[in-house]
Design a protein around this ligand. Structure first.
Ligand SMILES: [Zn+2]
Length: 59
């Protein structure tokens, strides 16, 4: 796990491991599907509020 947010570069105290969720849009820009990223990323609390993602439980 990184000690910085891999989305915005912040080194806030509330970093967490997540899987980014990519929203798929159709030609009319309507969300039709969601895909999970292949890799885990470390995100700060603000990015976890701002961007769609799925939390990864520490094992
Ligand atoms: Zn961030």
């Amino acid at each position: 796990m990184s000690d910085r947010c891999e989305s915005c570069g912040d080194d806030g105290p509330e970093l967490a491991t997540v899987q980014r969720v990519y929203v798929v849009f159709d030609e009319a820009h309507v969300p039709v599907d969601e895909r999970l990223a292949d890799e885990f990323e470390t995100w700060c609390a603000l990015c976890r509020i701002t961007y769609p993602h799925q939390p990864v439980s520490p094992s």
